[in-house]
Design a protein around this ligand. Structure first.
Ligand code: SME
Length: 157
């Protein structure tokens, strides 16, 4: 019976279980890069997404930060692709089908859907974005949006 329960764990239950673990994981470390690296590893290991990583705002560009997955493009300008649009529009963006998103930057031909969450400090300074790619079309939903926003808001202030 136990194995049936494990197999049917919902996405929401996974996030509920994982987020406190991630919080604990990063709570003793103040270095942003180290914490971002562990967040990527924890998310990738648990969700098996194609790509999960951070782009950091440096000198008016997004520069590739810690990530897990295939190699990715290193620099994205404001307004470019999903990441640059999220920065420009100051909002999270869920893309059901990346092939239909104007200007989408295809780092991997295997990616079919994507979610990007902008990260701000308490002082409203823009730090960068969390970007996740899935091989599944229409993978990301309101649950991913809610928990990934919660995650970055709690962790990176
Ligand atoms: N697809 C992103 C670029 C980054 S990769 O997905 C890792 C975009 O359009 O901004």
């Amino acid at each position: 019976m136990h194995s049936i329960n494990v197999l049917s764990v919902s996405k929401q239950e996974k996030y509920e279980e994982l987020l406190p673990q991630i919080e604990a994981l990063v709570s003793h470390e103040t270095n942003l890069i180290a914490n971002m690296a562990n967040v990527c590893a924890a998310l990738k290991f648990n969700f098996n997404w194609l790509w999960v990583g951070f782009y950091l705002a440096i000198d008016e560009e997004l520069v590739l930060g810690p990530f897990q997955g295939p190699v990715a493009c290193t620099r994205i300008k404001k307004g470019q692709g999903v990441c640059g649009a999220s920065w420009q529009e100051n909002r999270s963006i869920v893309v059901a089908n990346v092939h239909e998103f104007p200007g989408h930057i295809a780092c991997s031909s295997l990616s079919n859907s994507e979610i990007v969450i902008p990260i701000y400090t308490n002082a409203k300074k823009f730090l960068g974005v969390l970007d996740v790619d899935s091989e599944e079309l229409n993978y990301f939903d309101q649950i991913d949006l809610k928990y990934l926003e919660l995650l970055v808001n709690k962790l990176f202030k």
